[in-house]
Ligand binder design. Structure first.
Ligand code: DGL
Length: 267
């Protein structure tokens, strides 16, 4: 008997805005042959200060949108949705979906030498305890320092990832992580790697920053290994807010080569 492998089709990727581009960047770098559709829900960003019920609704709508556009599986490139969606709700989503928590936590465990791990993420992610639970289920005796950073996403979305304002906010958020001597810090919101220059400078040499979106993208590709794919490297990028603003911010942060024309869509 031969096993018929279903060819891997279009990968959908979504986030509240720019953050998921960190996952998209890694997908394109590692596997440019896949067809990808990206959705940034910029009309409703930020997600990280919203309640769980609302976030579950957004997750369903976003996955349904990506399904209608032809996606066959989805990378939930959003630490917040990945954290708050209850286990039973993942199975009810209209497509198979992968989150970012396990891959990022596992990368942090592989990187740390002193067992002291900081976690920077949105208020909803920190409240959920998702990263701490994953870390503690995989290793004993860790010191974890979770810190909610409500100001980071609005600053990054408004083009201020490189600003003094961002640096000031970072100094406050990083104080406990520095005091605890963490040698590894999970950037548990996918937006945060877009501000890695300032975060790296403020944490200093010798601290490893974990790119949650990038790690999740690599983990998904690992799972797809061996499955033939039907893609030819097509990329679409859709947002629910202003396409021009998104395109300009994305280009400033990631360069002009990553994204095609950005389309504005209504869910
Ligand atoms: N980038 C998302 C995350 O990883 C969403 C942040 C937000 O919109 O607050 O949590």
């Amino acid at each position: 008997m031969t096993t018929q492998l279903h060819a891997a089709g279009t990968i959908g990727v979504f986030d509240s805005g720019l953050g998921g581009l960190t996952a998209l960047r890694r997908l394109r770098a590692l596997a440019p042959q896949y067809d990808i559709i990206y959705f940034g829900d910029t009309a409703r960003v930020p997600y990280g200060t919203r309640d769980t019920e609302t976030l579950i609704r957004f997750a369903r709508q976003n996955v349904e949108f990506l399904r209608e556009q032809g996606a066959e599986r989805v990378l939930v490139a959003c630490g917040t949705i990945s954290s708050v969606l209850p286990k039973e709700d993942w199975a009810k989503l209209p497509l198979p979906c992968w989150g970012v928590i396990h891959a990022a936590a596992d990368a942090a465990l592989a990187a740390t030498k002193n067992g002291r791990i900081g976690i920077l993420a949105t208020p909803a992610t920190i409240r959920s305890g998702s990263y701490v639970q994953r870390l503690e289920s995989r290793a004993e005796g860790l010191v974890t320092v979770p810190v909610a950073c409500p100001d980071f996403v609005p600053l990054i979305e408004s083009g201020k990832a490189e600003s003094d304002e961002f640096r000031q906010a970072a100094r406050g958020y990083l104080a406990d992580i520095r005091a605890a001597g963490c040698d590894t810090v999970i950037l548990g919101c996918t937006h945060y790697p877009l501000a890695c220059r300032i975060l790296g400078e403020e944490l200093g040499n010798g601290v490893t920053l974990i790119d949650s979106g990038g790690e999740a993208a690599a983990a998904l590709l690992n799972q797809l290994q061996g499955i033939p794919h039907s893609g030819s490297g097509k990329l679409r990028c859709c947002v629910s807010g202003d396409a021009g603003v998104f395109a300009r911010n994305a280009e400033a942060l990631l360069g002009s080569s990553l994204l095609p024309q950005v389309e504005q869509v209504t869910l």
